[in-house]
Design a protein around this ligand. Structure first.
Ligand code: TRP
Ligand code: ZN
Length: 479
């Protein structure tokens, strides 16, 4: 199937981007309504009021950079860390919270001066020596140590800090990253990162971004320094420590490719990893320019985690992935990592697009067309997925359901209904335009539907939004 108009003229992109910014800023800024009782008016809210994870993130400031200096010893499972968090106050602050689950806090400074702090569950409340004023940039340093914990998600899956046969693994969707560093752990506050990790001799530490240095300490340990320049949501941050074979190659375009493979997975993953450059080219052709400055993969042992994850730059795979999973996680670099949900309610924008990428790839490989996949799901989807029609993609039932079938499969069906409505040329303009308009930023479902309507002003999307995106139950067959 020809898809000619993949490249959107810059003028169109700019026009679309401007339209979007205009109707997109409603949720920015501080929300007084989020403050809990017992705090005075200048204390930042302990959560951002996410509809699914209300305590995630914190009010009153925006982080621009995390500088993490970590040392980890698998023997004894001990992590020591210093987090330097650069942020700007969005209101006057006599106190503000960071999210940190477990670990012991040893010292907190703000602007280089000791700050008082206390802890209550995942909230680390910091009282700077002087009130911060709205607009002020400030640096918080937290020294901490301990055995980081695994976090059990509402759906029963494990994230946070996971012990592995030869080290440890940090996975953060949706709230796991607070297990290994303090921060504003909500997808709406993205930041750049520098992560320096020292591990015992013989082990490798892999994180996001590019490897800036690798050196040996005076006592023979190894220090790996990773730099992530593009904004990253904390759930997409990762750290994998183990006996990985780390290789750095580059694509034809000169993009660095860092691939870390557990030696037990080398043979099984060789073929699929060799197709990563092809998957990247395919994704760029369909979705527009790749948003980051390196790519790659982390392939660990199958038992080390229960799922793959779109960790930024280099997705995590528990064992050699199949090609379609590689395509899914690659697509997430555009949808999820670059264009990040404003809240966990917008999860279908990640999984709907990543699942739809699987359908498109399958179609391009000569398998079922996306239209066939859609029709089969509509007619017989419940045979494979009992819960396919159990809730609408844009309104997951509860936090335990944000990664259920309706978010993935029915989310992809929404995308396909849009393609059916606008035709291929407009559809690919729209997909690329969406990725470009919110590149390195956040977006919610309302911004998406507004964007689609602007991109195809003559089409009628009411039934797609009301029945497919927000409506309960199986949408009626269209005439
Ligand atoms: N986002 C992952 C994927 O589709 C799946 C996943 C892993 C997930 N952990 C999660 C989804 C936690 C929601 C919440 O590749
Ligand atoms: Zn996914």
């Amino acid at each position: 199937m020809p898809r000619s108009a993949r490249l959107v003229p810059p003028a169109v992109l700019l026009a679309l981007a401007l339209t979007l910014t205009a109707c997109d800023g409603s949720q920015e800024g501080s929300q007084d309504g989020g403050r809990h009782g017992g705090r005075d008016g200048s204390e930042g809210a302990p959560g951002l009021g996410d509809p699914y994870f209300p305590k995630a993130g914190n009010g009153g400031y925006d982080v621009s950079h995390y500088g993490l200096t970590l040392a980890y010893t698998p023997d004894g499972d001990r992590l020591t860390g210093t987090a330097v968090i650069t942020a700007r106050a969005t209101e006057d602050l006599s106190a503000f919270d960071l999210d940190l689950a477990g670990m012991e806090v040893e010292k907190v400074t703000v602007g280089g001066r000791a700050a008082e702090y206390d802890r209550d569950g995942q909230e680390l409340t910091v009282r700077p020596p002087d009130t911060l004023t709205e607009g002020e940039a400030f640096e918080t340093e937290v020294r901490y140590s301990g055995s980081p914990r695994a976090i059990t998600d509402p759906d029963g899956s494990k994230e946070g800090w996971l012990r592995t046969a030869d080290g440890a693994l940090a996975l953060g969707e949706p709230t796991g990253s607070m297990a290994w560093f303090p921060g504003n752990h909500h997808p709406s506050d993205k930041a750049s990162y520098d992560v320096e990790v020292t591990v015992p001799k013989g082990l490798t530490a892999v994180s996001n971004g590019e490897l800036k240095s690798e050196r040996t300490t005076a006592d023979g340990r190894r220090t790996f320094t990773w730099h992530t320049a593009e904004p990253m949501a904390s759930y997409a941050a990762t750290l994998a420590i183990g006996r990985y074979t780390l290789t750095r190659t580059s694509t034809k375009d000169g993009l660095p490719v860092y691939v870390a493979v557990d030696p037990t997975q080398t043979a099984a993953s060789r073929k699929v990893l060799a197709r990563l450059p092809e998957a990247m080219e395919w994704a760029e052709y369909n979705f527009g320019p790749y948003p980051f400055s390196s790519t790659g993969a982390i392939v660990d042992r199958p038992g080390d985690a229960g799922y793959a994850l779109e960790t930024q730059n280099r997705p995590f795979y528990p064992g050699a992935p199949d090609l379609v999973t590689l395509v899914h996680e690659t697509a997430h670099q555009w949808f999820g990592d670059s264009v990040t949900p404003k809240s966990w309610q917008d999860m279908w924008l990640n999984e709907g697009f990543a699942t739809y990428a699987e359908w498109l790839w399958t179609e391009d490989e000569g398998g079922a067309t996306a239209e066939q996949t859609f029709t089969t799901l509509y007619d017989h989807g419940e045979d494979e997925y009992k819960d396919l029609w159990s809730f609408p993609p844009a309104k997951p039932a509860t936090a335990a359901h944000i990664s259920d079938t309706p978010v993935y499969q029915r989310g992809a069906m929404v995308i396909h209904r849009i393609r059916q409505t606008v035709g291929d040329d407009t559809f690919y303009d729209l997909v690329q335009g969406w990725a470009a308009a919110h590149r390195h930023a956040n977006a919610d479902t309302a911004a998406f539907t507004a964007y689609v309507e602007k991109a195809a002003p003559d089409a009628d999307f009411d039934e797609i939004w009301s029945d497919w995106l927000y409506g309960e139950g199986k949408p009626p067959r269209r005439p």
